[in-house]
Write a protein that binds this ligand. Structure first.
Ligand code: GAR
Length: 195
């Protein structure tokens, strides 16, 4: 029997997408979530990992950018794909190189609009609302050396009404993420989607 693809999730904050991914695939045999990696020792995602009984790995800026220990850890777990789910740091070249076209990110807007450095989480939704956009959405894309610029794999949209605030928009976007992100991951790592 073929072993299922192995993924790692990187997250910096709450980690509700990380939890959704873990629960969606638990016991399915479709893929294995080997570990959750975080740059933030206080991130709630680490508590979620503990409750879900998934190994977690915490690293700091020096470890990430000046050593290869995160890569070595990924290799020791035989990880095939890296999934960024609310991860806020650029991926260093040595990891990009080792995981060519095997790192994807979810962004809470319709890229190329409302992306780039500093555009994450609520800041994105505040900017979208401030510009009175009629719609927003989610973008799943490959990760390269620039923030939010890799090839787009998938987008889904939602409309924005007059009464929407950054908070209500964030809630709509999270629902889209929970619905689509696991399916996009599944299609990619099982080879159903074009790579
Ligand atoms: C998600 O909405 C994700 O799209 C966004 O952060 C949120 C994390 O939520 N990512 C970015 O803004 C990346 N630029 P979560 O921690 O509850 O999954």
């Amino acid at each position: 029997m073929m072993t299922p693809p192995r993924i790692a999730v990187f997250a910096s904050g709450s980690g509700s997408n990380a939890q959704r991914i873990a629960e969606y695939f638990a016991g399915t045999g479709i893929l294995e979530l080997k570990a959750i990696y975080s740059n933030n020792a206080d991130a709630y995602v680490l508590e979620r990992a503990r409750i879900l009984d998934i190994p977690s790995v915490v690293f700091n800026r020096d470890t990430f950018y000046k050593t290869t220990s995160v890569l070595e850890d990924l290799k020791s777990r035989e990880v095939d794909w890296i999934i960024l789910a609310g991860f806020l740091w650029l991926i260093p070249d040595y990891i990009l190189h080792a995981f060519k076209q095997r790192i994807i990110n979810i962004h809470p807007a319709l890229l190329p609009a409302y992306g780039g450095k500093g555009m994450y989480g609520m800041k994105v939704h505040q900017a979208v609302i401030a510009s009175a956009e009629p719609e927003s959405g989610i973008t799943v894309h490959y990760v390269n050396e620039h923030y939010d610029e890799g090839d787009i794999i998938f987008q889904a949209r939602c409309s924005i009404h007059n009464r929407d605030t950054a908070e209500t928009l964030a809630a709509k976007i999270h629902l889209l993420e929970y619905e689509y992100f696991p399916k996009v991951i599944q299609d990619l790592v099982t080879g159903l989607a074009k790579q």
